[in-house]
Design a protein around this ligand. Structure first.
Ligand code: PLP
Length: 451
């Protein structure tokens, strides 16, 4: 390793690159990792250090880095064509992918609109929903209901249905006015109930808002089962059942944002399909290409599609386009990803891994400042608390998450806590010994930082 070159490259990065979700001043003392390679669940930096990717590179990676089958699928497609516009043109990888998505999602979802990132898949669902109401003569139905703690991306439309102040506050005066509703809070349930046995009593505020505003509401948007950016906050499927039932009665669209939880994370291919929900819109991205290439899909049903389907001069077409819509390399990679997820009893083996993760994660509860460990499928999380009995959170200024992140790197695991929440969301191909290494390292980091 050429340390002079490493130093120079980091200086060049600092000179020109503005990294996402980063206070750039931190890089004066802690430069970013310069990753040269990936291998399975590991990232390898310029110095040859290996880091277990405990959060799947922002929740995208399903089959590990540098996977031979995915590499081959992209390379095969590269020999044919890398990209072509998608208006007035189609291609085999997109046709195959649309069919596979329709086959593997709830039966009402038979239309696929491609784009290129998670936020955009949300923008499209919101716009389609709003335009649907316009086309059917109900333009007053234009508000979206979202939960407190919700995260659906950071473009302005997606931020307008975000329920996390951290992301919203600075942009508040340029956001679209929607309706925020208190949602489930299973860590500190105001009803004193537990998610395993409750009847989602916390649905009451949502039920009331939907009933009172049904003439103005276009749709309700949720992250099914897990509010990711809020700190992997998990809640019961009963809440989703009550939501979909109520929306059906009131003729309100349901938008399921499975950008983070789709593609096996919860132990099933999709939450909606596992529980028999039929959302009006399903938004997918991240795991769609197993973390290889940017791609997204917004799926919907015929009723929506038909409201736009007419003679050209009615101008009912859906005007939304991105240059890289349905990029063929990304679609080829997504086809391979879906094949790998749906063959060889993948989910049977995943169940076993999920049990190993639970064994490892549960150990964290033994630490003085760790709250209850909770897990759905291959996502596990624990909240660090100053006082465990009273569930007092640590003050934000302590930057505990950041300190644990730095400590994890020293020990070869990339954890990127969400505030005071330490979570695991590794590539699904992780082995038993890798799970043990990841969870034991998290235990040691928390122990040493908080001692
Ligand atoms: C639930 C959810 N929706 C949407 C997004 C936005 O996706 P992207 O970062 O690709 O724009 C994210 C990203 O973390 C997400 O977790």
């Amino acid at each position: 390793m050429d340390s002079k070159k490493l130093k120079e490259d980091l200086a060049r990065d600092f000179n020109h690159i503005w990294h996402p979700a980063t206070q750039m001043k931190d890089h004066e003392t802690e430069p970013p990792l310069l990753i040269d390679k990936g291998e399975g669940v590991y990232l390898i930096d310029r110095k040859g250090n290996r880091y277990l990717d405990g959060i799947s590179s922002w929740w995208v990676n399903i089959f590990g880095h540098n996977h031979p089958r995915l590499n081959a699928a992209v390379t095969r497609q590269l020999q044919e064509i890398a990209h072509v516009m998608f208006a007035g043109v189609t291609h085999q990888p997109a046709i195959d992918l649309a069919e596979k998505l329709v086959r593997n999602t709830p039966p009402n979802l038979n239309r696929v609109f491609f784009s290129d990132n998670g936020s955009t898949s949300i923008e499209i669902a919101l716009k389609m929903s709003a335009q649907y109401w316009l086309e059917v003569g109900k333009p007053e139905r234009k508000k979206f209901v979202h939960l407190k703690g919700a995260y659906h991306g950071e473009t302005l439309g997606a931020l307008s249905v975000c329920g996390i102040d951290l992301f919203r506050t600075k942009f508040q005066n340029i956001l679209i006015d929607n309706i925020e509703v208190p949602g489930p809070d299973c860590d500190r349930c105001p009803y004193g109930l537990v998610p395993e046995t409750c009847a989602a009593e916390c649905f009451e505020p949502m039920e009331q808002i939907l009933n009172e505003n049904s003439d103005k509401v276009a749709g309700a948007i949720v992250e099914p089962l897990i509010q990711g950016a809020a700190g992997m906050k998990m809640y019961s499927s009963v809440y989703l059942r009550r939501l979909t039932d109520t929306c059906k009665v009131l003729d309100i669209h349901t938008i399921f944002d499975e950008v983070a939880v789709g593609f096996g994370r919860t132990g099933a291919l999709f939450v909606c399909q596992e529980y028999g929900f039929e959302p009006t819109f399903l938004c997918l991205s991240k795991g769609l290409t197993s973390g290889y290439l940017p791609l997204a899909a917004t799926m919907t049903e015929d009723k929506i599609y038909q409201a736009f389907y007419d003679e050209y001069d009615t101008f009912k077409l859906f005007l939304h386009s991105h240059s890289y819509t349905a990029n063929p390399l990304a679609c080829a990679c997504a086809n391979e990803t879906l094949d790998m997820l749906t063959e060889d009893n993948f989910f049977v083996y995943l169940k076993e891994k999920s049990n190993w993760l639970k064994e490892g994660g549960k150990r964290l509860e033994m630490l003085e400042h760790c709250g209850e460990y909770r897990q759905i499928g291959m996502i596990g999380r624990v909240e660090l608390m100053e006082n465990k009995e009273k569930k007092t959170p640590y003050p934000f200024e302590k930057r505990l998450g950041y300190r644990i992140y730095l400590e994890g790197l020293k020990r070869g695991v990339l954890l990127r806590p969400l505030g005071n929440v330490i979570y695991f969301m590794p590539p699904l191909i992780i082995s038993k010994s890798e799970i043990e290494f990841m969870t034991n390292t998290a235990y040691d980091c928390i122990h040493d930082i908080l001692k």
